[in-house]
Design a protein around this ligand. Structure first.
Ligand code: CA
Length: 263
């Protein structure tokens, strides 16, 4: 397996600061990808998302395989971040109410594992079809589940950004985990709601189907979100799964590391 990766965050068209943070690191054997979308006044959202990305990436740094216990390891990493962020909200008055989403994708061998809190999403494009692997912890998702809103109404709902699970909001949090097998040709997307709230799944699929490099796909996704208004900070990580050994592409893997974000 060989991964081609690109990751970028963008402040968008409206906001003055960027509260999203991300981490993307891949070797030949494995990759760890994290998106965290912070919230809270006085730039506290930036602190929450940055702390969370740093703690989770540190905890998962040496995770070699996705065998037994991998779920627990990802969950524990998210819980550690939760505790650290929550403690700061208690200790520092200007950090009160800060929190963040956390979506973590670990890819190793022919397996993937996801840990998730909040509404930053992981998608998989396989055989031309796009599937959302995570389920948002959000008010509007609950309304959709109850049959009270359509997904399209949820996108434009005034409470579309209200999340129901959050890293740092209390002393405990319950991450969801998902796992599955990887196939050659798969394309993963990890993104904050500044992308997925502006660009619908059909358009995401079109852009991800492009045979361009991961870097160009990321640029196209962010440009599309900005073109449609760019109301929020936009973060996208694209992971293309190439075959193992010699591939039919001239492109080399380009691991990128971005745990701090320019404001
Ligand atoms: Ca956001």
């Amino acid at each position: 397996m060989e991964l081609t990766v690109a990751a970028r965050t963008d402040v968008g068209m409206i906001r003055s600061g960027n509260e999203d943070s991300f981490f993307a690191h891949a070797t030949r054997e494995r990759g760890v990808f994290i998106v965290a979308d912070g919230m809270g006044g006085h730039a506290a959202g930036e602190v929450a998302s940055e702390m969370t990305v740093q703690i989770i990436s540190r905890e998962l740094h040496e995770m070699a395989s996705l065998g037994d216990g991998a779920d627990d390891r990802v969950t524990t990493a998210i819980l550690q971040a939760n505790r650290a962020v929550y403690e700061r909200t208690i200790q520092e008055s200007d950090k009160q109410g800060m929190g963040t989403t956390a979506s973590v994708l670990v890819v190793s061998g022919d397996q993937y594992l996801i840990g998730q809190v909040g509404d930053s999403r992981v998608y998989l494009l396989r055989d031309g079809a796009l599937r959302q692997l995570t389920k948002d912890h959000s008010y509007v998702q609950e309304q959709v589940d109850a049959g009270l809103l359509t997904p399209e109404q949820a996108r434009y709902h005034p409470y579309s950004n209200v999340i129901t699970r959050c890293v740092g909001a209390s002393d405990n949090v319950e991450p969801d985990t998902y796992s599955g097998e990887i196939k050659k040709g798969d394309v993963f997307l990890v993104a904050s709601d500044g992308l997925t709230g502006m660009v619908d799944d059909r358009r995401l699929q079109q852009l991800l189907l492009s045979r361009a490099s991961a870097g160009r796909v990321v640029d196209a996704l962010i440009a599309e979100a900005n073109y449609r208004g760019g109301l929020d900070n936009i973060t996208a990580i694209v992971i293309q799964v190439m075959g193992s050994g010699p591939t039919d592409t001239a492109e080399r893997p380009t691991p990128k590391h971005g745990d701090t974000i320019p404001g």
